[in-house]
Ligand binder design. Structure first.
Ligand code: MEV
Length: 445
């Protein structure tokens, strides 16, 4: 029988242990338990109460994982100036956003508008009845849905939100006996996941009761199986647009090798490639999400939900495509992005995470609509800078500078050594080995 490795041991009842004991178990499974404990503990917050807040966000927590919190200044959207918080672990993203924002500051700034803010929830069920009857009682049923959820919707309604519509979908041609009730919601400034899911679960119960007591349904039609009740993270009805535009002649200043016209053409071709080629589209859109996710994380929003919606939206025509587009017309260059962004500025982590709260304060306590415009704009700013670099000097030069700093920090280089290295590597390839050799050389000289 093969010998069991230390780490193959099944740990029972882990979630019920105290944090210290969880950490001890993890450390024992490593070969350097004292070091593991020290390292993990060194990232605990010194303020016990603050640490408790973090521990409660998730489960089985044994430490905190730090990600840099940066800011992008000079972001002007619809004439209003923002200092945008960005939380991201990747170098060059904040720099790219900032340089994009800085350039457009002098060329009309960013423009943005929220197209709509509707979200969708779905009640999926199996039923063997006559669907015509369900359509006949549809108004009665939706009234029952509304009545059953007034205790959940009352507050939302006073804030101007609530349930905005119901739709019954007969999907029995795809799956036997399968129907769906698609419900639309306006959740105002909250992301609204809990609100939507609570309503949907209540609708499930209501549907069961409704069919079981309604005189129009035969005995065999009184039975319904609720498969599941959950919001959809695809939010094409929660859409924001952001754009920049300027005279093509203004683009002359963007690169010393290209005229404004040449730059505009090359830039547009790069974006068109992302509209026809899925491999490029994925990277292109990843660059957009660099900016959007960083704002989402900084403000305590769910970046996985946003990414999922964005990528689905990018495939809405049947092929995955670029989310941003270029238009060149009458001597004007326009670069724009249209994207679904279900963001919230109240509820969830937005007020629980002290830094998310701070981020929203830094942004002037925006509404969800305003935050949608800010996040989308940072996506466009990042996308602009990435494509600008790609069609001019390439991205490696900028990336390598950051990479070089990371390597220098790894080797604990002094400030003087860093300065020498920056000059030396201006026109050379950066790698761990080349930086190591360089440092060795200057130590010997
Ligand atoms: C890197 O994080 C993002 C880019 O690859 C985006 C792009 O290629 O457009 C630079």
């Amino acid at each position: 029988m093969p010998r069991r490795r230390k780490r193959d041991i099944i740990v029972k009842g882990f979630s019920k242990l105290l944090k210290e004991d969880k950490l001890k178990i993890v450390a024992e499974l490593m070969n350097n338990s004292a070091e593991t404990i020290d390292l993990m503990k060194s990232f605990w917050h010194p303020d016990k109460h603050k640490q408790e807040i973090f521990d409660e966000f998730s489960e089985n927590t044994i430490s905190n994982f730090y990600i840099p919190y940066g800011v992008s200044p000079n972001v002007i959207i619809n004439g209003k100036m923002y200092l945008v918080p960005m939380v991201i672990e990747e170098s060059s993203v904040v720099a790219a956003a900032s340089s994009g924002a800085k350039w457009w500051l002098d060329h009309g700034g960013f423009h943005a508008e929220v197209v709509d803010v509707i979200k969708i929830g779905q009640l999926h069920f199996s039923w063997k009845g006559d669907v015509k009857k369900l359509y006949e009682v549809w108004d009665e049923l939706t009234r029952a849905f509304r009545t059953a959820t007034t205790h959940i919707t009352a507050n939302m309604e006073t804030r101007g939100g609530g349930i905005t519509g119901f739709e019954l979908l007969d999907m029995t041609d795809k799956i036997k006996d399968y129907y769906q009730i698609r419900v639309s919601f306006n959740t105002k400034d909250s992301m609204g996941a809990n609100f939507i899911n609570s309503c949907l679960e209540e609708f499930g119960q209501t549907l069961k009761t409704f069919l079981s007591i309604h005189p129009d349904f035969k005995e065999e039609e009184k039975e319904v199986t609720i498969i599941m009740a959950i919001l959809s993270n695809y939010t094409p009805g929660c859409l924001v647009k952001t754009w920049v535009e300027c005279d093509i002649s203004e683009l002359n200043s963007l690169d010393d090798q290209l005229t404004g016209e040449q730059f505009a053409e090359k830039f547009m071709t790069a974006v068109e490639i992302a509209e026809v080629d899925t491999y490029r589209a994925t990277t292109h859109n990843k660059g957009i999400f660099n900016g959007i996710d960083a704002v989402a994380i900084a403000t305590g929003n769910d970046f996985r939900a946003i990414e999922a919606a964005g990528h689905t939206y990018a495939s809405k025509g049947g092929q995955y495509k670029s989310l941003s587009h270029v238009e060149i017309k009458d001597g004007r260059f326009k670069f724009y992005l249209e994207i679904p962004l279900a963001l919230g500025t109240v509820g969830g982590l937005t007020s629980l995470h002290p830094l998310a709260k701070q981020s929203l304060e830094l942004l002037g306590k925006p509404t969800a609509d305003e935050l949608m415009m800010i996040a989308a704009t940072m996506g466009l700013a990042n996308n602009f800078s990435a494509v600008r670099s790609l069609v001019t000097k390439g991205i490696q030069r900028g990336h390598m500078k950051m990479h070089l700093m990371n390597i220098l920090n790894h080797f604990q280089a002094t400030e003087d050594e860093k300065q020498l290295a920056l000059e030396y590597f201006e026109d050379k390839i950066v790698s761990f080995a080349s930086v190591h050799d360089f440092l060795k050389k200057i130590h010997l000289s």
